[in-house]
Write a protein that binds this ligand. Structure first.
Ligand code: HEM
Ligand code: HEM
Length: 233
């Protein structure tokens, strides 16, 4: 994808790291300070639900985003970066599955039906496509590895489909924040209160993180001669 944007990717990857850390801190602060904490087993089923945003955001979105920008953010050889890319994506999928399991467990333990919302449908679609993308990437680029021609023709599709699935993941998280905050506000949470502000602000940081990840992937690693500019003297 090199050469389309005349600005190198590195500064965008730095901003992505910062936004990822901020998003992680905000979602933990929300679920622990405002929502009572996290638990795999509890009488208060809301604590099981709280695992869902934490695992989806830190595990799936932030680690998945770091996996995408690893080709641009790390000063390592192509082979090492490929290994890091595939391991971080595998980690994102596993943590995403744990997060979705937590949402199902919360529903089942509380007698709430499953898969009734747009958020949940897009969410299942996203994690399924993400899994398919990982398997195809693994088989083609890692082991056993496709023939040179197949790898060459697959790569642009891998990048395009990878970015599409990632944008879908960010959109799913946005729907999730909106849905949860709407539930809480219908239950009496102050519409302009500090918690509502925190949730909306977290969701904004997630949009910015997603945008910087995509820009990092699309921007070239090096800019040889930006716009062919030649100084006069
Ligand atoms: C890419 C990230 C995410 C994915 C793939 C995802 C996926 C899912 C899925 C599949 C369910 C259905 C569980 C069931 O039916 O038992 C669900 C439920 C839920 N999720 Fe997420 N989620 C994500 C992020 C978030 C975030 C960040 C929040 C913010 C709080 C959130 C809030 C909710 C809520 C409130 C429910 C229960 C209501 C419902 O089923 O729609 N999700 N999620
Ligand atoms: C769901 C999982 C995956 C997603 C979402 C994904 C996404 C991406 C994206 C967006 C890029 C472009 C990065 C850039 O140009 O800066 C990329 C590049 C690449 N990915 Fe993946 N990927 C996934 C899994 C894998 C796996 C398992 C492999 C196996 C080794 C792999 C191998 C590669 C390779 C070789 C590149 C090319 C890097 C270059 O431009 O030189 N990917 N991937």
């Amino acid at each position: 994808m090199a050469g389309q944007i005349g600005v190198a990717a590195a500064p965008f990857t730095f901003v992505s790291h910062v936004l990822g850390v901020v998003a992680a801190v905000l979602v933990l602060f929300w679920c622990i300070h405002f929502r009572g904490g996290l638990a795999f087993e509890a009488v208060n089923k809301n604590l099981i639900f709280n695992l869902h945003p934490v695992f989806m955001l830190i595990g799936f979105i932030v680690i998945g985003g770091e996996a995408i920008i690893s080709y641009k953010s790390l000063p390592l050889s192509k082979e090492v970066k490929k290994l890091i890319h595939l391991i971080l994506h595998a980690t994102a999928i596993v943590l995403g599955i744990v997060g979705i399991w937590a949402a199902f467990k919360f529903h089942n333990d509380s007698g709430i039906v499953n898969l009734y919302s747009l958020h949940s449908w897009v969410g299942i679609g996203t994690i399924s496509l993400y899994g398919i993308q990982w398997i195809y990437g693994f088989l083609t680029f890692f082991y056993p590895g496709g023939a040179a021609g197949l790898r060459r023709s697959s790569l642009p599709w891998h990048v395009l489909f990878g970015l599409f699935v990632y944008v879908l993941a960010v959109a799913t998280a946005e729907l999730g924040f909106l849905e949860k905050l709407t539930f809480l506000q219908s239950g009496g949470l102050a519409k302009y209160g500090s918690e509502a502000f925190l949730v909306n602000f977290t969701a904004l940081v997630v949009i910015l993180f997603g945008a910087f990840v995509v820009i990092s992937a699309v921007a070239p690693a090096h800019v040889e001669d930006p716009r062919g500019y030649v100084p006069i003297a």
